[in-house]
Design a protein around this ligand. Structure first.
Ligand SMILES: *Cc1c(COP(=O)(O)O)cnc(C)c1O
Length: 360
């Protein structure tokens, strides 16, 4: 029997229908495609960090509950030490854990779209039906009527709301989110991956509801390489999700490193504040470009539409050494759209020069 016969027989149709999450090679490029923080740490901080790593017992399994890191993260985020918390190997893993714990034939996962693609990807792998409810054209707000109708009709197990939304950069209207929470029969996940830039959160309100969990991550704050995602919610929900978590999902190097840098909160905050300021400068400049429509953003990226062919602009930028994200073809609402991550000042200037050259 050939392996392709076996694969057709055994790999599930949902998985065979997928394409793997594609990450383009970026060697030597100005990398503005993945919402990474462009800044490194001063050398004295790096030295302190390496000293802590020296003491990490890599011959032992790490603390399965990551207790020290959780305490450090609560302090860093200014949440009470009593708030239950679950960590994932990136928030991607938390999405997967919640979806796994709630998966059953015939169930639905829902999100307004366009949004973060992992909600759909993970849901479809696990056999859910994924319903994407189109955002309003123009301002990318949730179409409340359509969303509430879809919730009533499909009774979703999970509703994901990225707040701010990726790739549109906006915060959804709070009243609409409250209406969704009230209408949802299952769990509502508020994904605050861009909290370091939006500085607005549901962390201090979610306990008013019995069906809301809040997800954050260290990735966009400047630690994408560590893979640490945080989930806050009632212990009733989190205890269930914890059962599907692999016991040592946060490795010792990530536990030590993340706990270390959250004790230098000033450094991370200074970096993310600078990125937010530069985002506004970049936005104002892009607004003046002919043939470009740029949307305001509460995150560390900007979504923009070009009057010409977005793919050609993307390729032209790439040939000039600038890697951004082309979203044309990803969703109906993203026709000729591109997304650029805010870099450091030098990178933003290189991007603008290359964009100007690519538009003509
Ligand atoms: C980047 C991103 C994440 C993924 O974060 P990780 O913690 O790196 O897995 C989650 N949600 C949204 C909306 C994102 O844009």
């Amino acid at each position: 029997m050939s392996s392709s016969t076996r694969i057709e027989r055994w790999i599930t149709p949902a998985v065979r229908a997928l394409s793997a999450y594609h990450v383009p090679l970026a060697t030597g490029m100005v990398k503005l495609d993945a919402m990474e923080n462009p800044y490194s740490w001063p050398s004295n901080i790096v030295d302190e960090w390496v000293n802590e790593l020296r003491r990490a017992a890599i011959n032992r399994y790490p603390d399965p509950e990551s207790r020290a890191l959780k305490n450090a993260l609560r302090d860093f985020l200014d949440v009470d030490q009593s708030v239950p918390m679950l960590l994932g190997n990136g928030s991607d893993e938390l999405i997967q854990m919640m979806a796994m714990a709630m998966a059953a034939p015939g169930r639905t996962v829902m999100a307004p779209e366009p949004t973060f693609v992992m909600y759909r990807l993970i849901a479809e792998v696990l056999g859910y039906r994924f319903i994407g409810v189109p955002l309003r054209e123009g301002d990318f707000q949730i179409d409340a009527e359509a969303m509430l109708q879809a919730i009533a009709m499909h009774q979703p197990a999970i509703v994901f709301l990225a707040w701010p939304n990726n790739p549109t950069g906006n915060l959804f209207d709070r009243g609409t989110v409250e209406a969704i929470i009230a209408a949802a029969p299952g769990l509502v996940v508020i994904d605050e991956a861009y909290y370091p830039f939006a500085r607005d959160t549901w962390l201090h309100e979610f306990q008013r509801y019995d069906n809301v969990v809040i997800m954050q991550t260290l990735s966009k704050a400047g630690l994408a390489g560590l893979r640490v995602g945080m989930l806050f919610g009632s212990s009733a929900w989190l205890d269930e999700f914890n059962k599907v978590r692999l016991p040592y999902n946060i490795n010792i190097l990530s536990q030590v490193s993340a706990a270390f840098i959250t004790r230098h909160a000033d450094l991370l905050h200074a970096q993310t504040r600078k990125i937010a300021v530069d985002r506004e400068t970049l936005y104002q400049t892009m607004k003046t470009l002919r043939g470009v429509k740029v949307w305001p953003s509460q995150a560390n990226f900007l979504l923009f539409r070009v009057a010409n062919d977005a793919r050609a602009v993307f390729d032209s930028l790439k040939s000039r050494g600038i890697l951004i994200k082309c979203l044309h073809g990803a969703h109906r609402a993203l026709e000729n759209c591109l997304r650029v991550t805010v870099g450091n000042e030098g990178e933003n200037t290189l991007f603008l020069d290359a964009l100007n050259a690519s538009l003509t």
